[in-house]
Design a protein around this ligand. Structure first.
Ligand code: NAP
Ligand code: GCO
Length: 267
């Protein structure tokens, strides 16, 4: 039996990447487009939409952009309807939209905690629920949930984010369990520390020009000895979106330069 490398291609597939106006989502969308997929993305405001459409066009990608908040079921249903009308039934959903709040737990109002859970954990449920019927009717589907190091590890100040991303790991396994028989694969990608706007405050130069202590901490904690770039997620995302991963289900693929394998530098 020979292996056909085209199993990694996404020709003609319709991919919806949430929150992909920039950052990790944009890079994954770019990779999907290079593999032949038709791209749909959403963001929350006109300014980001206009900017993103011009950034996609500059890369030669004819992406369809929509304004919509992933925590709002009615807006999500409306977006799915529009994507289906514009491009066809969604084959690939990437639950990428997410936020973080870095606040010591005892200082965090419950309302702020709920907001993080709402965007990082409830929204992937809402978006998955909106696309699964179409995937079942089509006979296949791929859902990729963007998890985190915090799906496995805790740290000071990120209680809500860690709770949400740990929950997202289990939602991933549950979608796999519930819809595996309908040929839907739901997997997660757990990025390590990636240089995007979300982590910019952790990499800010100090007034004396030296590197942020957290920046140095992450480089020391990472066997690859560097921050990840959004581009590092491209290959893993294409793999999990493609037929090459058709028997991979309920898995979290950590793309972390080795952080989870490492006990830390010996003294
Ligand atoms: P980012 O640069 O902050 O981008 C996040 C995107 O999500 C933005 O486009 C944002 O749009 C969108 N978004 C947030 N809330 C939304 C909502 N309610 N509805 C629609 N869109 C919404 O973050 P990133 O670093 O690329 O991260 C992308 C994903 O990877 C997130 O889930 C994040 O938690 C996860 N992650 C990041 C890292 C990292 O080191 N960077 C590591 C592990 C996991 P707006 O402009 O409208 O806010
Ligand atoms: C933090 C970071 C992280 C990363 C990422 C790690 O404050 O610790 O922002 O949580 O963004 O999710 O995988």
């Amino acid at each position: 039996m020979s292996f056909d490398m085209n199993a990694f291609r996404l020709d003609g597939k319709v991919a919806w990447i949430t929150g992909a106006a920039y950052g990790i989502g944009f890079a994954m969308a770019e990779a999907f487009a290079a593999a032949g997929a038709k791209i749909a993305f959403n963001c929350r405001d006109e300014k980001h939409l206009t900017q993103a459409l011009s950034d996609y066009a500059a890369k030669g990608i004819d992406a369809k952009g929509y304004i919509g908040d992933v925590t709002d079921e009615a807006q999500v249903a409306e977006m799915v309807k529009k994507i289906e009308a514009d491009l066809g039934t969604i084959d690939i959903l990437v639950n990428n939209a997410g936020i973080i709040r870095r606040v010591p737990m005892c200082e965090m109002p419950a309302e702020e905690y709920r907001k993080v859970i709402d965007i990082d954990l409830v929204a992937p449920f809402i978006c998955a629920k909106a696309v699964i019927p179409g995937m079942i009717a089509k006979g296949h589907g791929k859902i990729i949930n963007i998890c985190s190091m915090m799906s496995e590890l805790g740290r000071e100040t990120v209680s809500a984010y860690a709770a949400a991303k740990g929950g997202l790991k289990m939602l991933t396994r549950n979608i796999c369990s519930e819809f595996g028989e309908q040929n839907i694969q739901c997997n997660g990608i757990g990025p390590g520390y990636i240089a995007t706007p979300q982590t910019a405050p952790l990499r800010q130069r100090q007034p004396d020009g030296s590197r942020h202590p957290f920046d140095q901490f992450i480089v020391a904690k990472t066997p690859a000895a560097r921050w990840g770039e959004a581009e590092d997620l491209m290959g893993p995302a294409v793999f999990l979106a493609s037929d090459a991963s058709n028997f991979v289900n309920g898995h979290i693929l950590y793309v972390d330069g080795g952080i989870l394998a490492y006990i830390g530098k010996q003294p």
